[in-house]
Design a protein around this ligand. Sequence first.
Ligand code: URA
Length: 215
Amino acid sequence: MAKDPDKLLSEVEEKLKFLSLLGVEFVTRESSVLSLEEIILNCQKCPLAQTRTHVVPGDGNLNAELMFIGEAPGRDEDMQGRPFVGRAGQLLTKIIHAMKFQRDEVYITNIVKCRPPSNRNPHGTEIASCKDYLLAQIELINPKVIVTLGKVAADLFIRSSLGMTALRGDFHNFDNIKVMPTFHPSYLIRNEGNKNLKKMVWEDMKKVMAFLGKK
Ligand code: URA
């Protein structure tokens, strides 16, 4: 016989109260992030759903104090269903290690969760379709700092016509979260000869480390 829905709900509420009394609020956060991931994996909201191989919701620690947000999955990410696993990802991993974090201690995601064909920039309509997923991820993970990688990611948080060189270097506020915009690792790779770019990214990351008490 089916259970009375009201009774079921109050049983669930009781269980959640009991878990939170035990201090295990991460159980609910974890399951919420995983349910959200399930929804993202089945998304059909924009035309990128037709051309993707895998959806790339994001990866990492669901209790992370530091979150990195890139632009969109590339070819390697589309093949594997994980963010930043190609060349730009290798450089991002080096940056994370230099900041004295492991990759599995931070959370990594993108503005859009499916690969735009031929790695073109995501269209405004695609960004708009995907935006609520990112906002829900941020709300659930609740990091102390978000590092946006490149202009597409910065644009979602900082309304400005300034380019990256002028935008980077200072924290911005997004609710109670600090946002540090910096250059995208792919941009560093494309401009390998420009050592000044790497220096600027490292200056930005040192500010993030200082804010998070990393020495
Ligand atoms: N570039 C991005 O912006 N995101 C990835 O996941 C990989 C490359």
